[in-house]
Design a binder for this molecule. Structure first.
Ligand SMILES: Cc1ncc(COP(=O)(O)O)c(C=O)c1O
Length: 360
């Protein structure tokens, strides 16, 4: 029986040609952000409709840099604990304090009421995660940000191509962070991006372009200056070349993911599961099962890979916090991620559904 993987990038001839072309060009990377990287940035900015786009070498770097735009030293950032640790690490990298807030049981995204309740006079940023590609309630969260004069940033690592209202994810928050890790909807060997919106966007763009390359500024030919601390976070030419090809397919591939998710929503008999929403891009599809270990072993015995997203961040040794997050903990104890990648055949999808439905 064929093994069904949880994640699998869709690659073809166009990615292969792009890689070969880049290899032969002998121009593989540059902190200056020219060639393929510049092209990808412009394409992704146009695709989302954001004010600017800065390409970096991971979603983690995107979060790290985005949060550096606001001085959060000794201040608080509100975020979900149900996320990849990088979301919270980015707060710590910048000297801030992560304040974990509970999620809604139906979407597993930040609960706006809980966000409002967690605001203090130290809060600076609200950082929601569009969990599994499901856009969180940005209108309500934006209203809270306006009311308390907070900055909205977003972790859209799962949400390339998703929309909220009539606008694409990437156009709402002051900074929106994407990951292009190979498992993501838009896959690269490694990569990420920050889209920027709002009145300081041009200034922030220049700041981030410098910070992604060791703080280098005012570069003319071989001469440059450094006016701040920066990192080696720039994207390489191979990732950008693949990204350009992946971006051309993104809407088509996301449509396939949505179709698969709709079928899961309608046909998987397990009651507690991810809702269907046409604006969601289904990075994966989650279900909740009481006996998770047994379920995952059973799926694995049937050659179907499943996953856990996530052990909550506040339960990790490094964070080890006593926050009371009842929904997060309940979800985290039962959640199972199911494959939605577009390499699944119709018979793979039927096999996943019928196998899950036979679980007792
Ligand atoms: C929610 C979330 N945030 C941030 C990241 C970090 O992205 P990257 O792996 O590209 O650094 C990931 C990636 O796994 C993620 O899932």
């Amino acid at each position: 029986m064929k093994k069904i993987k949880l994640f699998d990038p869709v690659v073809g001839q166009t990615e292969q040609s792009a890689i070969t072309k880049t290899l032969k060009s002998h121009f593989w990377a540059s902190g200056a952000g020219t060639n393929n990287v510049l092209k990808f940035e412009m394409q992704f900015r146009n695709y989302t409709g954001a004010g600017s786009c800065i390409a970096v070498n991971s979603g983690t770097a995107a979060l790290h840099l985005a949060l550096s735009l606001i001085d959060i030293r000794g201040k608080e950032v509100i975020l979900p604990s149900l996320s990849f640790v990088a979301t919270a690490h980015a707060v710590i990298y910048n000297g801030g304090r992560p304040v974990f807030v509970d999620v809604e049981p139906d979407t597993a995204c930040l609960d706006p009421e809980m966000v409002q309740a967690a605001v203090t006079d130290k809060t600076k940023i609200v950082l929601p995660v569009h969990f599994a590609g499901m856009p969180c309630k940005l209108d309500q969260i934006s209203r809270i940000c306006k009311k308390f004069n907070l900055v909205l940033m977003e972790d859209a690592a799962h949400a390339a191509g998703a929309a909220y209202g009539v606008k694409k994810i990437g156009t709402h928050g002051m900074a929106v962070c994407f990951s292009f890790h190979p498992v993501k909807n838009l896959a690269m060997p490694t990569g990420g991006a920050i889209t920027l919106n709002g009145k300081n966007q041009a200034k922030f763009e220049a700041d981030l372009k410098s910070k992604r390359w060791c703080g280098i500024t005012d570069r003319i030919g071989a001469k440059y200056d450094v006016d701040k601390l920066g990192w080696n976070f720039y994207m390489n030419e191979f990732s950008a070349a693949i990204g350009t090809e992946q971006l051309k397919k993104l809407d088509r591939l996301n449509a396939v993911r949505k179709k698969t998710a709709k079928q899961y929503f309608e046909e998987i008999k397990i009651e507690n599961k991810m809702p269907y929403d046409k604006n969601c891009v289904y990075h994966f599809y989650w279900i909740r099962v009481k006996n998770r270990d047994r379920f995952m072993k059973y799926m694995s015995a049937n050659n179907i890979e499943t996953g856990i997203h996530y052990k909550p961040i506040h339960k990790m040794k490094f964070y080890d916090k006593d926050e009371l997050l009842p929904q997060t903990e309940k979800i985290a104890g039962e959640i199972v991620s199911m494959p939605t990648h577009p390499n699944l055949s119709e018979s793979d999808i039927s096999r996943i559904i019928s196998t899950a439905n036979r679980f007792e």
